[in-house]
Design a protein around this ligand. Structure first.
Ligand SMILES: [Zn+2]
Length: 117
């Protein structure tokens, strides 16, 4: 088993504290005063959806109404890929004409039809 490089670890600790602007630590130092108990209250954190919304550059109408993340296909999205909720769009998507699909051509071939009436 290799030996633990204590000296290297100690030098990294010192340089990290110096870069962070913290005072040096010496195990021989007197103990520091205890932190207030209970600890100081943290400021209220924003909600997750508000945080995500602030990081998302797309306009609100191109975001999921549930989780506020970007809809990958914009207004044409059926569902949000992040939360799985359906995209509530007032405008229904354009219909797909089955007669113009590859599936329709395969169906005709399998039935040995040419598509004429
Ligand atoms: Zn979503």
């Amino acid at each position: 088993m290799s030996e633990v490089p204590h000296d290297l670890i100690r030098r990294i600790q010192i340089s990290t504290r110096n870069v962070a602007g913290l005072s040096g630590y010496d195990p021989g130092d007197p103990p520091r005063p205890a932190l207030p108990c209970p600890p100081l209250p943290c400021p209220p954190l924003p909600s997750l959806s508000a945080t995500i919304a602030s990081l998302e550059p797309s306009p609100p109408y191109l975001r999921c109404s549930h989780c506020k993340r970007r809809l990958l296909r914009g207004l044409q999205s059926f569902i949000c890929v992040y939360c799985g909720n359906p995209h509530q769009n007032d405008v229904p998507p354009d219909p797909i004409f089955f007669n113009s699909t590859i599936g329709y051509q395969w169906l005709l071939q399998s039935l040995q039809l040419d598509g004429s009436v």
